[in-house]
Write a protein that binds this ligand. Structure first.
Ligand code: NAD
Ligand code: UDP
Length: 327
């Protein structure tokens, strides 16, 4: 099987490439390195069944493939990070619209299946809790996050239009907050920020009072869900939430991470970014039923592995390691 991974040099994409390689398929990794790093796929670059193509998927592309994962898009909402979608609002809107169109066209021409990486952000600041796939969401179409959440909603709609009009085999993954090694410490998301800050002894920046909740999924679990979505016949034309059920407040994550790092960093509060959702937890019963999927990695284990990775980066003085991005 020949698999194209758009956004394959990013955090989730690089773990997905590792998994696909382990499954014995050949990989075409396409990435423009806007927020990703070639170092994330360094372990695969000299393998015979792995090809890296530096390319912006908002431009058309040709390839002979059987399966396409579309993960290309900035994913961090932190306005202080140069890697966030707020720093690249037009690129973000385009990669999820024009980029999705180009990849759907490629799927139509080649007969490949396509898994589109959508997001829990399509539910906006949800009025239903936990969020089921059938929930339509509460999204501000012109808000700060709209370049991201509205373009993901459009990407979903376009995928379904290709399925209905051209019979393209599409599958939509609504990914909830995911963490783990290789999540860029400069992109300002909650786990890389808190871990970097705790390991550096810098203040841990909790936005707002920290009562907002998130449910964090370890990256290997998420990647397993994406792979199952690609392989399962029942997933054709379907939408699946992928995420962990364990929900905590942001202040709880700050305290947990500080403890696991053995850090004495103080916890400081900064203003809550506009549009920051109040609560988020997936209902994953559909994925459990249809894909036999559920997360396996406990939060403390996942955080311990993640902290060990950042500690190693810090020890090596890696260029990608930052001491956390405030607001
Ligand atoms: P990431 O920023 O680490 O990876 C995204 C990758 O896409 C990067 O390597 C980037 O260089 C690449 N890219 C961006 N624009 C591109 C373009 N025009 N052409 C080619 N490549 C391009 O982010 P991630 O956390 O790995 O997220 C991967 C996908 O999963 C994204 O689509 C994101 O919206 C989705 N997602 C992630 C999370 C999460 O918690 N990590 C949650 C919900 C959804
Ligand atoms: N957050 C925080 N401090 C940080 C980074 C994030 O308090 O340094 C909060 C953020 O306000 C949000 C949650 O952590 O409520 C998750 O943020 P992230 O950017 O990881 O993802 P989001 O779920 O907002 O897309």
């Amino acid at each position: 099987m020949r698999v194209l991974v758009a956004g394959g040099a990013g955090f989730i994409g690089s773990h997905l490439c590792d998994r696909i390689y382990a499954e014995g398929a050949s990989i075409l990794c396409v990435d423009n390195l806007l927020t990703g790093l070639q170092a994330n796929i360094g372990q695969l670059l000299d393998r015979p069944e792995f090809t890296f193509r530096q390319h912006d998927v908002t431009q058309p592309l040709e390839a002979e493939v059987d399966a396409i994962f579309h993960l290309a898009s900035p994913a961090s909402p932190n306005p202080a990070s140069v890697k966030s979608y707020l720093a690249h609002p037009i690129e973000t809107a385009l990669v999820n619209s024009q980029g999705t169109y180009n990849l759907l066209e490629l799927a139509r021409r080649t007969g490949a299946r396509l898994v589109f990486a959508s997001t829990s952000e399509v539910y906006g600041d949800p009025l239903e809790h936990p969020q089921r796939e059938a929930y339509w969401g509460n999204v501000d179409p012109t808000g700060m996050r709209s370049c991201y959440d509205e373009s993901k909603r459009f990407g979903e709609a376009l995928s379904m239009a290709f399925a209905r009009r051209h019979g393209v085999d599409v599958r939509i993954a609504r990914i909830f907050n995911t963490y783990g090694p290789r999540c860029d410490s400069t992109d300002g998301r909650v786990v890389p920020n808190f871990v970097s800050q705790a390991l550096s002894g810098n203040p841990i920046t909790v936005f707002g009072d920290g009562s907002q909740t998130r449910s964090l999924c370890y990256v290997s679990d998420l990647v397993d869900g994406l792979w199952r979505m690609m392989m399962a016949e029942e997933a054709r034309g379907e939408v699946f939430n992928l995420g962990n059920l364990e929900e905590h407040s942001v202040i709880e994550y700050a305290l947990m991470i500080r403890d696991l790092c053995g850090s004495t960093s103080e916890i400081v509060h900064e203003p809550l970014p506009a549009g920051d959702p109040t609560r988020r937890r997936p209902d994953i019963s559909k994925a459990a039923r249809a894909l036999g999927w559920e997360p396996k990695v406990f939060l403390a284990d996942g955080l311990t592995r993640t902290i060990a990775w950042y500690r190693e980066q810090l020890g090596r003085g890696a260029a990608a390691f930052s001491a956390g991005v405030g607001r």
